[in-house]
Design a protein around this ligand. Structure first.
Ligand SMILES: [Zn+2]
Length: 427
């Protein structure tokens, strides 16, 4: 069995790992590196102007040609750093994932050959490889651990996940994880995003009490919140909290509209009857012009949690709409700043503009969707893999994974492997 690091092994994003058994290869994930192009929640139209070679050179998409004999592209979940490169790598082999991620993939890459596989089903890649999905919690619906069953042993791909037993969007299938462990795991390929955080990642329910507390404390001005458009559980939580205040929710932004429409179709989201969603600049402008007097009757949820230049929030502060911020308005960031220099700079500019207008700012009303060190140790306990290949992180982050593994009796270069983009190991 050969494991090939294609993307996501130098920095977070543009995830792709190859697993080959004989002449059959599965490509795991097909992601974009988002921060390189400042497009966390925006469309991929800007990127489409660049050539595939440029996108590889700029570290935006994985160099998929490194993999030979790809029989299937298996996608773990619908975040763009896992599925967003499909329209650029344009794989000919079938794209296989859970139903919600398949719908997101299909929107990105219309010509693809998609197979939606439920948690009680499996997909035969070849005579030698079979794929199953194990339900797990994260920050987008329908996230899965990928279980590859091969005649040279089984592989579990855990990228991304957290263990949140309070999640309202489905429970982690611990029984199936333990069964995979009992059946034997040749290799665990596992994300490293938050491995350096001690302890356990707090559950999403923590955000609920933070939000209720903040919204209860504000009784004047307009309230504006921003979060990840794909974070459906969070959007539901925000809507539930707003409903209690009696304010009318206006949801603004193209990506918000797209994700909400999809989640409602899958019954993952139940919007309050008073909520209105606006996607186009014209519709947003019209909706915002409604808020002149009685600002305290409204609540806005808008794109722009990373202060992306094209987001609704940034265009609001730049007076691109018929709207002006006023003293005693409030802005709630239901996201932390993703720590890359461009985001930090954009966010700082946005906050100082807001502050100069007297807007109250509430930061970091957020918990991560990624497992921390003790969550990872728990996964190790359940799976007891023979080999560990940390992925989705810088060398520094992946080294922290190796340190955890060594606490559990693993040895670097013997059964823990730190490989870089373009390298392979044979197990
Ligand atoms: Zn993710």
């Amino acid at each position: 069995m050969k494991v090939t690091a294609v993307g996501g092994y130098r920095a977070i994003g543009r995830n792709m790992t190859g697993v080959s058994v004989g002449n059959d290869t599965v490509a795991l994930d097909n992601g974009l590196r988002l921060d390189m192009l400042q497009m966390y929640d925006s469309d991929v139209t800007d990127v489409k102007r660049l050539s595939r070679e440029d996108l590889i050179r700029l570290d935006v998409i994985p160099e998929m040609d490194r993999l030979k004999d790809v029989r299937a592209n298996v996608i773990s979940h619908g975040h763009l750093d896992h599925v967003g490169a499909l329209p650029f790598t344009r794989p000919k082999a079938p794209v296989v994932s859970t139903p919600y991620a398949i719908e997101i993939g299909r929107r990105e890459y219309r010509e693809g050959d998609f197979y939606s596989v439920d948690y009680d089903q499996h997909y035969g890649v070849s005579r030698r490889i079979d794929v199953e999905f194990i339900r797990v919690t994260h920050s987008i619906p329908d996230t899965a651990l990928v279980l590859l069953k091969t005649d040279e042993g089984n592989v579990v791909y855990a990228c991304d996940y957290k263990f949140d037993d309070s999640s309202t969007l489905g429970k982690t299938d611990y029984q199936k994880i333990r069964k995979a462990g009992k059946d034997g795991v040749r290799a665990l390929i596992v994300e490293s995003t938050r491995i350096k955080e001690a302890g356990k990642t707090p559950p999403e329910s923590v955000v609920k009490s933070m939000l209720d507390d903040i919204l209860n404390s504000i009784d004047d001005g307009l309230i504006i919140a921003t979060t990840f458009a794909s974070h459906i559980e969070r959007i539901q939580m925000i809507m539930d909290a707003v409903e209690k205040t009696g304010r009318k929710p206006l949801i603004l932004g193209h990506s918000m509209m797209n994700h909400i429409e999809l989640a409602e179709r899958f019954n993952y989201l139940d919007m309050p009857p008073s909520a209105r969603v606006y996607g186009t600049p014209k519709a947003i402008n019209h909706a915002l012009s409604e808020i002149r007097k009685n600002r305290e009757d409204y609540f806005i949820l808008a794109t722009g949690h990373q202060a992306e230049p094209e987001s609704v929030l940034v265009r609001m502060i730049e007076n691109k709409f018929r709207f002006r911020f006023e003293k005693r308005d409030s802005l709630v960031f239901c996201a932390s700043t993703i720590p890359v220099p461009l985001n930090i700079a954009n966010r700082s500019v946005l906050e100082s503009k807001l502050q100069s207008k007297g807007v109250r700012i509430f930061r970091d009303v957020h918990v991560s969707g990624h497992a921390s060190k003790e969550d990872h140790r728990r996964l190790l306990d359940m799976l007891k893999p023979e080999h560990i290949v940390p992925c989705h992180g810088s060398l520094d982050q992946r080294s922290a994974w190796a340190a955890l593994a060594s606490e559990e009796g693993y040895e670097l270069n013997k059964n823990v492997h730190l490989i870089n983009n373009g390298q392979s190991i044979t197990l």
